[in-house]
Design a protein around this ligand. Structure first.
Ligand code: P1T
Length: 383
């Protein structure tokens, strides 16, 4: 029976513990498993390769992304690293030019020296993507909505463009979560999450996951887990599995609160541009309505007076919104992409992508929204 999202979130991948009946999957805090005879065991040999708490989490996340397989990693960037190690020197990747700064750093500073090549393109423009293709292009790297400008990229159109040329498509689905968007159903081959964010949901762990229904990619990812070992510990897997049980509930509140925050900012005289796909005036709005269930919990904006000192004054004046990197937890965060999450992207590359040095990014939490609006109002009063 094809269960719906909320039921899968709570049950998929999990059974009562076979030895005790414990309804929640235990934290199997072990490095190895006793064998009856060499090679005769209960399905687990060594915990770098598999761990029952992790396997339950992988079953759960695969179901949520409508994937055959999910492979968990110790961080989001470890998941991206594992995907890129599936390529070979000389291979070319086209990536969106608005993306998480750590992804950009991994591409340019870790993989370029090993012979991979990257083009960063505004992927809203399909003609620009086509123009960047080379005979050695092997992968499209998509983030949508993008970090931090909340741009919408058309997964189906990009996947169609790639498939006809034998190019694989990876979507970083961190901002949307599988509750709002399931890229494999739109033609993507791989989905990546920083599970640190909405999947964990409580800002208490670092984790990553790659989901795929492509057997060759699944084999490559399992090989990376076994051979390079960037695996999450069982306690973190337990916390992620606890997180997914309320993902649908949290996302509904994140989306509702973010919409109120975006509306408030859009009408505020001290605010310049607001980036939020839920605003009818947003250039990504129509695509977001087609591609996503709702518009997400992330908002970014500039002030009407776009001097950086003014933006810093707002970021240091909020009382409920905490000034910190990361996103997707229950609590609201505010940050400065140019110096924090995207500081590893050179200033010219940031400018070319349209990332203003005065941009402010919000991760809207699940607090009472009136408190969030009052907090932003008093912070804006100070500039
Ligand atoms: O931090 P880690 O779990 O390794 O995930 C990296 C990552 C990957 N993809 C996206 C879209 C991300 O936003 C991130 C991490 N981002 C932040 C820490 C941030 O504040 O944007």
């Amino acid at each position: 029976m094809p269960y719906r999202f909320g039921t899968l979130a709570i049950h998929a991948g999990q059974q009562p513990d076979p030895s005790t009946g414990a309804i929640m999957t235990p934290i199997y805090q072990t490095s190895t498993y006793v064998q009856e005879a060499p090679g005769r065991h209960k399905g687990h040999e060594y915990a770098r390769v598999t761990n029952p708490t992790r396997s339950a989490l992988e079953g759960n996340l695969a179901a949520l992304e409508r994937a055959e397989h999910a492979v968990c990693f110790s961080s989001g960037v470890a998941g991206i690293d594992a995907i890129l190690k599936g390529l070979r020197p000389g291979d070319h990747v086209i990536a969106t030019n608005d993306l998480y700064g750590g992804t950009y750093r991994l591409f340019r500073q870790v993989f370029e020296p090993f012979g991979l090549r990257f083009s960063f393109v505004d992927m809203r423009d399909l003609a620009a993507v086509e123009a960047a293709l080379t005979p050695s292009t092997r992968l499209l790297w998509i983030e949508t909505p993008t970090n931090p400008l909340l741009r919408l990229l058309d997964i189906r159109a990009l996947a169609d463009l790639a498939r006809s040329r034998g190019i694989d498509v990876a979507v970083d689905n961190t901002f949307a979560t599988p509750y709002l968007q399931q890229p494999l159903t739109l033609g993507a081959d791989l989905v990546l999450h920083s599970a640190t964010k909405y999947i964990g949901g409580h800002s208490d762990l670092i984790g990553g996951v790659v989901c795929t229904s492509n057997e060759a990619w699944h084999e490559k990812l399992r090989f990376q887990v076994k051979s390079t070992g960037a695996v999450p510990g069982p306690m973190d897997c337990f916390l992620m599995l606890r997180g997914t049980k309320t993902l649908h509930l949290r996302m509904e509140r994140h989306c509702a609160n973010a919409r109120r925050v975006a509306d408030f900012l859009a009408q505020h005289p001290k605010v310049g541009r607001v980036h939020y796909p839920g605003l009818p005036s947003d250039p990504g709005h129509e695509l977001a309505r087609r591609q996503m269930r709702d518009f997400g919990g992330m908002v970014s904006f500039t002030l009407a007076d776009d001097r950086i000192e003014k933006a810093v004054a707002v970021m240091t004046s909020t009382r409920v919104f905490a000034l910190a990197e990361s996103l997707g937890g229950v609590e609201s965060l505010i940050e400065h992409p140019a110096s924090m999450t995207h500081g590893s992207i050179p200033a010219e590359a940031r400018r070319a992508a349209g990332l203003d040095d005065s941009l402010i990014r919000l991760s809207v939490g699940v607090e009472d929204v009136e408190d969030l609006l009052e907090d932003l109002d008093q912070a804006l009063e100070r500039v």
